[in-house]
Ligand binder design. Structure first.
Ligand SMILES: *[C@@H]1O[C@H](CO)[C@@H](O)[C@H](O)[C@H]1NC(C)=O
Ligand SMILES: *[C@@H]1O[C@H](CO)[C@@H](O)[C@H](O)[C@H]1NC(C)=O
Ligand SMILES: [Zn+2]
Length: 426
């Protein structure tokens, strides 16, 4: 008897340890924040790019200001030395990424049981790709006169990608279009959440937004990189995945779908290294998910007035160009619309989204979808980076979803209203 109890106890401990040892890829990793500085030295920028290339030991979450870097336990002493040498002030903002990811994963599992999917999506937890797809299909069934689902392609792993088109049901054709997508980068979970919230508002409260649906239809693809998004839901070790899931070399997987567009493809800010987080792909549009967005952009190029791609984290509203330091001739229009979003959100919550050209606010990133859409004819094209959250920044806790997506929606609304005013139906 005693033996059995001991055996059970032993197994409980052993099995638990095995489970943890199988899933502790990020044990002991830390995230460092480097002190913000407007006049940051070129030296530090160079150093950050070096670290970004050293993927075994470093993951540069953002090289913006402040920069955030996740560092492997073995590299931490060296990293600290380097920072001291360069006289860069830093602080540790996550002491054990593995621990945080595990807690986060367990909490998500609990919430999943607490709030099972029943056809509707709220803001109480993060949703899977299947749930999101099911949700938009349900909406189309509930409101067949106003809401339309279209299958627009398949991912590398064969998942169907579907857009939801939201109208006011008057059946007038050839309206202007606002095109929104989310989930380009797998780990940016708040992005699909924001897209889903926008969908819910526009569909369920459409009378409130009558002005935004009179001469405009909205087309939304909530999860572009569905394979990656599904992968980040598997367990805590996969939570930080960013790219697609198509093998990129013998030993690495994934291309950055937001460096895969055929507009200044594979120029600055994109990597030729198949293992890098910003790998541009073997050729432009090598990723079926990028092809899907390309085809959407092309099909709405004439009537599309705003393209909005949702990412995290910033908070930023970024406009073209991303490939060059030059700004477009129409920079004032872009800025005016972004400013409307900024003000509305600032008024509502006090959040300060930074607005400006991608290259100025963030970094050069050629081959991205916003540049592509702008070049294709969308007069307004933004990357909206929602705020960071949680202890590894890409993981706002579920309790923060509601505030973040509502805040973002206030900004999106204000931008859409400005767009409707500036670009009336021809
Ligand atoms: C990568 O970083 C580690 C730890 O800081 C260092 O030992 C190694 O030399 C670096 N490798 C390259 C290629 O820079
Ligand atoms: C923000 O608040 C200011 C001051 O109350 C007001 O003048 C402005 O119109 C508001 N802007 C938006 C976009 O709500
Ligand atoms: Zn992103």
């Amino acid at each position: 008897m005693r033996g059995i109890i001991q055996g059970v106890l032993w197994c409980t401990i052993w099995c638990y340890c095995m489970a943890s040892s199988q899933a502790n890829l990020y044990k002991g990793y830390k995230v460092y924040e480097l002190a913000a500085s407007k006049a940051r030295s070129a030296n530090l920028d160079f150093m950050l790019s070096q670290l970004a290339n050293n993927r075994t030991y470093y993951d540069v979450y953002t090289s913006g200001s402040p920069a955030h870097i996740m560092v492997h336990p073995d590299a931490q002493p060296q990293f600290v030395d380097l920072m001291n040498e360069q006289a860069v002030n830093y602080k540790i903002i996550n002491n054990d990424v593995g621990h945080t990811l595990r807690n986060h994963y367990e909490k998500n599992q609990k919430l999943r049981n607490l709030y099972p999917f029943e056809g509707r999506l709220g803001t109480e937890r993060y949703y899977t790709h299947d749930e999101i797809t099911q949700y938009i299909e349900n909406l189309a069934q509930l409101y067949p006169d106003r809401v339309f689902i279209r299958t627009v392609g398949r991912t590398y792993e064969g998942r169907w990608l579907k857009t939801i088109k939201i109208t006011n049901g008057d059946r007038r054709a050839n309206k202007n279009v606002i095109l929104v997508d989310g989930g380009f980068h797998a780990r940016e979970w708040i992005s699909p959440a924001a897209a889903v919230y926008a969908i819910g508002e526009l569909v369920e409260n459409y009378e409130t937004y009558a002005d935004l649906l009179l001469d405009y239809d909205w087309v939304i693809l909530p999860v572009v990189n569905a394979d990656g998004y599904v992968y980040t839901h598997l367990n805590e070790d996969t939570r930080m995945w960013r790219k697609t899931r198509q093998p990129s070399s013998e030993s690495c997987i994934g291309t950055d779908p937001n460096r895969n567009f055929d507009f200044h493809w594979n120029e600055e800010g994109a990597s030729e290294d198949p293992c890098a987080e910003t790998y541009a792909g073997p050729k432009a549009f090598s990723e079926p998910e990028a092809v899907v967005v390309r085809d959407l952009i092309k099909s709405y190029a004439k009537v599309g007035k705003m393209y909005l791609t949702l990412h995290s984290y910033g908070p930023y509203i970024l406009y073209p160009w991303g490939w060059t330091l030059d700004v477009p001739d129409t920079v004032e229009d872009l800025h005016e619309v972004a400013q409307a979003g900024y003000e509305a959100m600032f008024n509502a919550t006090g959040v300060e989204y930074e607005i400006g050209p991608s290259t100025e606010v963030l970094y050069v990133a050629a081959g991205a979808s916003d540049d592509y859409a702008f070049n294709a004819g969308f007069p307004i094209s933004f990357t909206m980076e929602l705020p960071p959250g949680g202890q590894h920044l890409f993981d706002p806790p579920a309790s923060d979803i509601d505030g973040l997506v509502k805040e973002a929606w206030i900004g999106i609304l204000a931008m859409a209203r400005k767009v409707v005013e500036k670009y009336p139906l021809a």
